[in-house]
Ligand binder design. Structure first.
Ligand code: MG
Length: 338
């Protein structure tokens, strides 16, 4: 098995701002796993929020030393080895996990959703993200997103109400809100969510900083729409303690380390009666198409990272009016753009 890694710079169509900061480009690492004439593709989109960088990804991939394995069908042994190398490093682990799943799908001639026995008609609609911006630009973005029936609005700054009011001048479609830990007290979070409920907001993601679990549980009791954990949940090990704090979890391949762990998280959360959101970082169609393979198991999809970039090196999962369309292509179903 030969693993190669290629850093790429994904350019944002527009500057992308959330409560934590702003960016116009996002670094990503495309990996290729070659064996027996078949190439599986994976991707790492390292997030500084979780202590990763392109350098940390490349270093992890070098250390992983997959050359000692001689068959990607031994995915269990390989991923156990990768997982045990070091804690964290979710996106580097995800890159290997995705490439291995893609390789196996290609070897078997099956898309992953079909290999797993999922119903592609059950794939949900993905939300389209509206980053923080001036009210005028927000209005333009909402108009540009007219094909998407659900918007995910980034809040968590002063001026939250102005953003929502401006969006409501343009559309009455379903809104989801992501505060990205941006509200600083439980009272502020409660008051904002009570107001957001009246504006037709369907759910709120990560209202408070991840260390404020008791405060988040208090907020959840005071409001009626679902509260979803994002920064509070990385892998399946985090889920049980969130059962009485959040209504659901946002699973991202780049946090948890790939499709295998994401599947484990889905099963764990379902057992606890929690809702599943499948989310993403800013990613190319490689990681988005991988996550989309699991989407028939999700209550909510937020798989739009590829839609926000101008130079996607791959073509993969498509959507129509927001609904994810899983294809018959083997593996994760991507082809490189010429
Ligand atoms: Mg989030």
């Amino acid at each position: 098995m030969i693993l190669s890694a290629h850093p790429v710079e994904l350019k944002m169509k527009r500057a992308f701002t959330i409560a934590r900061g702003s960016r116009t480009v996002t670094p990503s690492v495309i990996v290729e796993l070659e064996h027996d004439g078949i190439v599986g593709t994976g991707e790492a989109s390292p997030s500084p929020r979780y202590g990763e960088s392109v350098e940390s990804v490349l270093s992890f991939l070098r250390e992983a030393n997959l050359g000692k394995f001689d068959n990607p069908m031994d995915i269990d042994a390989v991923l156990m080895h990768v997982c045990a190398l070091a804690p964290g490093n979710g996106s580097a682990k995800a890159a290997i996990d995705i490439a291995m799943h893609d390789w196996i799908g290609r070897k078997l001639g099956l898309p992953l959703w079909k290999w797993w026995g999922l119903d592609r008609d059950a794939a949900p609609v993905t939300s389209f993200t509206i980053g923080i911006d001036s009210p005028d630009i927000i209005g333009q973005k909402v108009d540009e997103a007219s094909n998407y029936p659900v918007l995910k609005v980034k809040l968590g700054v002063s001026g939250d109400e102005e953003i929502i009011r401006r969006i409501r001048e343009h559309t009455d479609k379903k809104l989801r809100v992501d505060a990205n830990e941006g509200w600083t007290s439980k009272e502020e979070a409660r008051d904002k969510i009570l107001w957001l409920q009246e504006q037709g907001v369907e759910l709120v993601e990560q209202p408070l900083p991840a260390h404020q679990l008791e405060e988040t549980a208090w907020v959840r009791e005071a409001v009626s729409i679902p509260i979803i954990a994002d920064e509070n949940v990385t892998t399946s090990a985090d889920i049980a303690r969130l059962q009485y704090v959040f209504d659901g979890i946002n699973i991202k391949l780049m946090k948890c380390g790939g499709l295998r762990e994401a599947m484990r998280m889905i099963l764990s959360a379902k057992i606890l009666g929690m809702k599943i959101m499948l989310g993403c970082m800013i990613e190319s169609s490689v990681a988005i198409s991988a996550a989309a393979q699991l989407s028939p198991l999700a209550d909510y999809a937020d798989l739009d990272g590829n839609l926000l970039i101008a130079n996607d090196p791959f073509i993969g999962v498509r959507e129509k009016d927001g609904k994810l369309l899983l294809q018959d292509n083997a593996g994760i179903g991507v082809v490189r753009r010429i």
